[in-house]
Design a protein around this ligand. Structure first.
Ligand SMILES: [Fe+2]
Length: 287
C-alpha cells in the first residue's frame, strides 16, 4: 500500500520498478546494496529510467519555458576553484586554468507542482538517497532558495572543465542530452585525504585518458556521485541541442546557504536570506 507521500510521486518516480517508498522491501534493499557497493568502488552510480518518461517530458517543457530566465556564468578556473598561486610552477594543476560556461534555471522559478519539486519534496526520496550514499550523518533538503533544486543548462559550445567538488556528493537527473558531447567523465579517487596526487591530476589535465571513466547518462536516469576525491568534467556540448540536468541538492546542514558572492556568481543574484545567513561559521571553512 502506498503511503501519502509516495502517492504524490508515483507518477514521477517509477515506483513499480524502484519501490523506494516500501521501506524494508527486498527490491529496495537490494537496490541500495548494489548502489552502495558501486559507490564504494567508483564513487558513482546510475539508476536507469528512475524518472518516468512523462515526468521527464514535463520537466523538459518546464526547463524550455524558463530557459530565457537562465542565469549564465562563465569563469576560468583550476580543478580546485582556487586563485592562481605563483608559488607553484607554470603548468602545475594549481595553475592550470580552463574555461567554464554554463547556466542555472534557479529553483525559485519552478512551479510548485513541477515534477522536479515534487520528487525533491518527497521524504521517501531524501531517505532513499541517504541510504544509497552510505554517508553517516543524515542529509536534508537544502535551504538555499536558488540552488536547492535547479536545472543546470549547457548550450552548444559550453563545457564544464576538470574539477573537484567542494561538496561531498551530488545527485542529478538528466532531462535532455546534447546531440553529442556533454559527456560526464570522471577519474575515481584520483586524490585522497591528505594526498593531492598532483602528478596524475596534471597528466589528465594534459590529455591522458588513463583511469578516466565515462557515464553515458540517459534522460530519466538518477545519478549519484561523490566528487570530493574524483576529478570530473562535462565535455563540450556539440550540436544544436541544449543539455538540461536537474540537480536536487542534499546537504548535511539544512540551514546554511551559499554565500552571497557565490550565489551572485553562479545564480545571478542573492536573496535577503543569503545575506542574513552569510556570517554563519558552521564548518570553519572559507568556502
Ligand atoms: Fe562537480
Amino acid at each position: 500500500m502506498l503511503t501519502h507521500r509516495s502517492s504524490v510521486i508515483d507518477d514521477v518516480v517509477d515506483l513499480d520498478r524502484y519501490p523506494i517508498h516500501l521501506v524494508g522491501s527486498s527490491v529496495r534493499s537490494d537496490l541500495i546494496a548494489e548502489t552502495r557497493s558501486q559507490m564504494d568502488r567508483y564513487g558513482c552510480f546510475r539508476i536507469p529510467d528512475f524518472i518516468r518518461p512523462e515526468a521527464i517530458a514535463s520537466m523538459l517543457e518546464e526547463a524550455g519555458t524558463l530557459h530565457p530566465h537562465t542565469a549564465w556564468s562563465q569563469m576560468d578556473h583550476n580543478p580546485y576553484a582556487s586563485p592562481d598561486d605563483p608559488d607553484f610552477p607554470p603548468g602545475h594543476p594549481r595553475r592550470f586554468f580552463q574555461h567554464r560556461e554554463s547556466g542555472f534555471i534557479n529553483s525559485d522559478l519552478l512551479a510548485s507542482d513541477s515534477p522536479l519539486n515534487r520528487v525533491y519534496d518527497a521524504d521517501v526520496m531524501t531517505h532513499f538517497v541517504w541510504e544509497c550514499l552510505g554517508v553517516d550523518r543524515p542529509i536534508y533538503r537544502w535551504a538555499d532558495p536558488l540552488g536547492c533544486n535547479p536545472y543546470g543548462v549547457m548550450e552548444p559550445g559550453h563545457s564544464f572543465p576538470w574539477h573537484f567538488d567542494g561538496n561531498e556528493f551530488t545527485v542529478s537527473i538528466l532531462v535532455q542530452r546534447a546531440q553529442s558531447g556533454g559527456v560526464f567523465e570522471y577519474v575515481p579517487d584520483i586524490r585522497g585525504p591528505g594526498q593531492e596526487n598532483y602528478g596524475r591530476v596534471q597528466a589528465v589535465l594534459e590529455g591522458s585518458r588513463e583511469g578516466i571513466r565515462e557515464l553515458d547518462l540517459q534522460p530519466g536516469d538518477l545519478q549519484l556521485f561523490k566528487g570530493r576525491f574524483s576529478m570530473h568534467r562535462v565535455t563540450p556540448i556539440v550540436g544544436p541541442t541544449t543539455r538540461y540536468i536537474a540537480l536536487p541538492t542534499y546537504v548535511h546542514d539544512p540551514y546554511r546557504m551559499n554565500r552571497p558572492h557565490h550565489s551572485i556568481n553562479y545564480y545571478g543574484r542573492a536573496t535577503d536570506l543569503h545575506h542574513q545567513r552569510a556570517n554563519l561559521l558552521v564548518d570553519g571553512l572559507v568556502d
